[in-house]
Write a protein that binds this ligand. Structure first.
Ligand code: GCB
Length: 601
């Protein structure tokens, strides 16, 4: 990915400048990303874009990026964006056109925009995400490429953007690859398209590219962090202000635009019960950036997770980035709020964002609503463990979500992977990925959802995946009562772990069709699912080292590998809530349990 993005000379410079930065407690990393774009004044390019479906990928050879029109009556041009129909951005194409429901392959987007360049202003084009490969051209000139369906990326266009009308063409290709991240098989819909907002970001010539402002690890009275400037005058005074704490500090960046800071402060601590956010202002040169930041600590001690120094039990639920009531990607802030409010109604203080980076509204809303988050990269099931390019790809994805969300108090866990086999190459892959994540953010906890447990005696399960050594928190997915045995088997199953670390049961559950009733032995009934939850919860109460759980899953979601007609119809039905917002019986079983846990902790 990096090599693709580095085709732009400006980004190359930024990249090598960033590489020179000293490694510290939270190094800025080689990311070319602009941080905190949602807080900047941007020009939205969302709306209807022209779209050409190109199943054989002939558009490259036919030079769609030139958006040509016949110059004469006899001129042959075999495509025409203007008359090819439109698709909404942000959005996936699968749920916008019936003919594209199962479509995987290349599709070309085009739109024009007017622009009036302003003096001393740099312009970037920022994509919230495009699944999976994106190639971008402006006025016929290639800006670069990006691989990875869930991370943001940007290209500088200061010297490419025209005064007046500009023509933007983006090829998006959601073909799956065995060496991709994720690889070939997933239990979620491979929604293709420009699935998040596209914006123009204007910044002064030298600007705040990224920053971290948070409590220093292990401290409740020191705020620490770093600022990275980008531009021709990288050495500048930078002011960091937190008006409510009457704090105003100035530092000066070095020749590479980088500075660290540390100063005493006693902020009121952020927690799910009291999600206090402070207005934080960063000023450098002509750039002022505003953020809303919560201050909290997160650490582990033995088998406990400590938030602000006190043990916390994570009452969670897993969720996909799938829109309520309509299914699909391209979620608005209001749609994210609905999902997070459902989690709160369930009694949650924690949400597992499965299985990839979710959109940028989520962590911001979670900061405001008081929800802790587990954020994951899509190293899912079979991955090309020995391929260095695959590891680079996974590293780029974790690097970019860290660069996007490292100021969000809600995010406490970075998850490296989901359900991967404990073979030596996989252990080595995830060990490297975890080391890389820690280098980019040493303040948060690392985890993985594991599912291979020592099962010599199925009644005594041992969480002994060798990966446990490199993680702070052990995630475990188990499906007693659904993929193995009966729900009652949970009553006599015991768990242990050789690691003195907290455990989160990151998945358990079973499928039910809303309003399908029967006895508790009949699959797909609400009664079966509710009974499964009853037995699971009884078992989990006895589980030593249990620090939290995120059952599978908040809402029914689309999956290509769920075929059963009349029951699944290409949906995974393990939701506690249907895709139409109806709550199943198991929702109330879990809600009751969470009320009890809240009272006990
Ligand atoms: C799992 C996976 C999740 C699936 C779920 C299921 O173990 O982690 O992605 O959707 O099981 O429903 O089978």
């Amino acid at each position: 990915m990096l090599s693709h993005c580095l085709r732009s000379p400006v980004l190359q410079l930024a990249f090598f400048a960033a590489l020179l930065c000293p490694l510290s407690f939270a190094e800025p990393g080689p990311s070319t990303l602009i941080g905190n774009v949602p807080s900047r004044a941007t020009v939205s390019l969302d709306g209807a874009w022209h779209a050409i479906v190109d199943p054989y990928e002939d558009g490259l050879g036919a030079r769609f990026f030139q958006d040509a029109k016949p110059k004469s009556k006899s001129d042959l041009v075999e495509y025409d964006f203007e008359t090819s129909g439109t698709l909404l951005v942000p959005g996936d194409w699968n749920s916008q056109r019936e003919s594209l429901f199962f479509y995987e392959g290349p599709l070309w987007y085009q739109r024009t925009f007017s622009y009036a360049p302003r003096p001393s202003t740099r312009v970037f084009i920022y994509f919230g995400a495009a699944n999976y490969l994106a190639r971008v051209w402006l006025n016929g000139k290639k800006l670069g490429e990006h691989v990875g369906g869930f991370s943001p990326f940007n290209f500088e266009i200061t010297h490419e953007v025209a005064n007046g009308l500009n023509d933007l063409v983006v090829e998006v290709d959601n073909t799956r690859h065995s060496d991709g991240v994720p690889a070939l098989n997933t239990d979620w819909w491979n929604y293709g398209g420009l699935t998040r907002s596209v914006r123009l970001v204007e910044v002064p010539e030298t600007f705040v590219k990224n920053y971290v402002v948070q409590l220093e690890k292990g401290s409740m009275d020191q705020i620490a962090g770093w600022v990275q400037l980008d531009g021709a005058a990288p050495s500048q005074p930078v002011t960091i202000e937190i008006p409510e704490l009457s704090l105003k500090k100035s530092i000066t960046t070095d020749a590479r635009g980088y500075a660290e800071f540390r100063f005493p402060a006693k902020p009121h601590l952020w927690s799910p019960e009291d999600p206090k956010l402070y207005r934080v202002l960063l000023t450098a040169g002509g750039d002022t950036l505003e953020d809303q930041i919560g201050f909290r600590t997160i650490e582990t001690r033995g088998t406990k997770i400590l938030l602000n120094g006190k043990p916390i039990f994570l009452r969670g639920v897993s969720m996909h980035e799938e829109a309520p009531f309509r299914l699909g990607r391209g979620l608005s802030e209001d749609e994210v709020r609905i999902l997070l409010q459902w989690a709160k109604d369930l009694g949650c203080n924690f949400v597992r964002l499965a299985h990839y980076t979710h959109n940028e509204h989520v962590a911001r809303l979670a900061d405001r609503m008081g929800l802790l988050l587990w954020s994951e990269v899509p190293v899912y099931w079979d991955t090309d463990w020995t391929n260095p390019a695959t590891l680079d790809n996974a590293e780029a994805q974790i690097r970019d979500v860290i660069a996007r969300d490292h100021n969000r108090a809600s995010v406490i866990l970075w998850s490296m992977s989901n359900e991967t086999p404990p073979t030596p190459p996989r252990v080595e892959f995830i060990r490297s990925l975890a080391a890389y994540a820690r280098k980019n953010d040493s303040t948060r906890l690392l985890t993985s959802a594991m599912n291979r447990v020592g099962k010599d005696d199925p009644k005594n399960r041992v969480l002994n995946d060798p990966l446990g050594e490199f993680l702070d928190v052990l995630g475990v997915n188990e499906y007693i009562g659904w993929y193995e045995g009966t729900p009652e088997d949970a009553d006599t199953t015991h768990w242990s772990s050789p690691y003195d670390k907290p455990v989160i049961v990151s998945e358990f559950g079973g499928g039910a069709v809303y309003n399908n009733h029967g006895d508790a032995q009949t699959r797909w009934t609400e009664e079966y699912q509710a009974n499964l939850y009853e037995h699971q919860l009884r078992m989990l109460r006895q589980m030593p080292a249990l620090a939290g759980m995120s059952p599978w899953v908040l809402m029914d979601f689309r999956s290509p590998r769920r075929w059963l007609p009349g029951v699944q119809d290409y949906h995974n039905r393990k939701g506690l809530i249907s895709d139409r917002g109806q709550r199943k019986q198991a929702f109330y079983v879990l809600q009751k349990f969470y009320r009890e846990m809240e009272a006990e902790h």
